[in-house]
Every structure is written in C-alpha cells, then in structure tokens.
Design a protein around this ligand. Structure first.
Ligand SMILES: Cc1cn([C@H]2C[C@H](O)[C@@H](COP(=O)(O)OP(=O)(O)O[C@H]3O[C@@H](C)C(=O)[C@@H](O)[C@H]3O)O2)c(=O)[nH]c1=O
Length: 186
C-alpha cells in the first residue's frame, strides 16, 4: 500500500497493493493496523455504496456538520470517476482550496477525505459505482452542501452535469457559513 500526500494537506491518495494472478487480483482496501502505521488512523462505522447510471453525474459537494462530521475513505468499485475534496474549515490556510483524483475500478486508488472537507465526485463512465467508508453515522439534520460550481473545481465536464435537486440548490462557497473551524496541529 502506498499513501501519498496531495497538494491539499490532510487529503491523501492511497494505492493499495494488488496481488495479481491468473484469476484476477486480490487487494486489501482497509487494514486498520497498516493504515495507522502509515499515518492514517480512523474508526469507520458506516459503509456507503452508490451507482450513477450516466457519465457526467455529479454528487456533491457534501459534508456533515459537527457533532456528526465524517471522514471518508473513497474508492471506485466499477467504472471511473473524478473525486474531489474542498477544505471548508474556517481559518484554515487552505480554506476553499480543492484537490481531486481520478479513481477507477482499474486503478484501484482511494482518496481519504478528512472531516472538515466537503466531498463530491463526477462520474466519467456509465454505470459507475462508488464505495466509501465513513467515520460517523448518517445524520440528516447535520447534512450540508456547497454548490459544485462555486469552488473553481476543474471537473473535466463538457456539458452540464446531472445533479440532484438538493445539489442544484446548494449555497455557493462565497455565501456559505461553514460549521467547521480549523485547528492547527500543536
Ligand atoms: C448519505 C446517505 C443518504 N441516505 C439516503 C437519503 C436519501 O433518501 C438517499 C440519497 O441521499 P443523497 O441524495 O444525499 O445521496 P448522495 O448525493 O449520493 O450523497 C452522498 O454524496 C457523496 C458526495 C458524499 O460524500 C456522501 O457523504 C453523501 O452525501 O439516501 C441514507 O439513508 N444514508 C446516508 O448515509
């Protein structure tokens, strides 16, 4: 397993080791001990899985506010997607900055999106599935969103994305009152 820093401190790109053989491959996608030793300690309580039928489907940018903030370990189970994290911690030196990575069933890569970051993705193939582990339970009363096109993200779209009504109505980053505060590491 390889864990790399991205250009947005806190967000990490993980490439699990794949053991290929005549049948296909085997990979560990989560191992609490190995990840902790590599600097990524997390306790997950919920796994999510969604299918987006059409390419250009965009979900995000989403977060859950404290006390139910979620860190997410994201990967693509089928197809291909571009996964994005945006720092939304008030006072953070990187507030409003984003990073992204292409995750696919083929490349097996994963993105670690810590609490305090909004998360979203756009699918780049039909029938794309995303699976992700979360560090807190779904709490609809803490659900929040930032509008997908208000953070300068280069989504790689050549047409308007397919959005949920909720995502289309999300507030822009500029008018957004974030529930997160940056805590500098001591
Ligand atoms: C997120 C979530 C949704 N639901 C329900 C609520 C709703 O009826 C239905 C669809 O919910 P949504 O439209 O919010 O699904 P979706 O737009 O896929 O939301 C997800 O987007 C990505 C980008 C994330 O980061 C996730 O945390 C989550 O917010 O599923 C749950 O039961 N549990 C959950 O954990």
């Amino acid at each position: 397993m390889q864990i790399e820093d991205t250009d947005l401190p806190g967000v990490k790109l993980i490439t699990p080791r794949r053991f290929g053989d005549a049948r296909g491959f085997f990979a560990e996608t989560w191992n609490a001990r190995a990840f902790a030793e590599a600097g990524l300690a997390a306790e997950f309580v919920q796994d999510n899985h969604s299918l987006s039928e059409k390419p250009g489907t965009l979900r995000g940018l989403h977060f859950q506010a404290p006390p139910h903030a979620q860190g997410k370990l994201v990967r693509c189970g089928r197809g291909r997607l571009f996964d994005v994290a945006v720092d939304i911690r008030r006072g953070s030196p990187t507030y409003g900055r984003w990073t992204g990575a292409e995750l696919s069933a083929q490349n097996g890569r994963m993105l670690w999106v810590p609490a305090g970051f909004a998360h979203g993705f756009v699918t780049r193939e039909p029938e794309t599935e995303i699976v992700y582990k979360c560090t807190d339970f779904y709490a609809p009363s803490c659900d929040g969103a930032v509008r997908w096109d208000s953070c300068g993200i280069e989504w790689g779209l050549d047409a308007d994305p397919i959005l949920s009504d909720k995502d289309a109505a999300a507030p822009a980053l500029a008018s957004f009152d974030t529930p997160f505060t940056y805590e500098a590491a001591s």
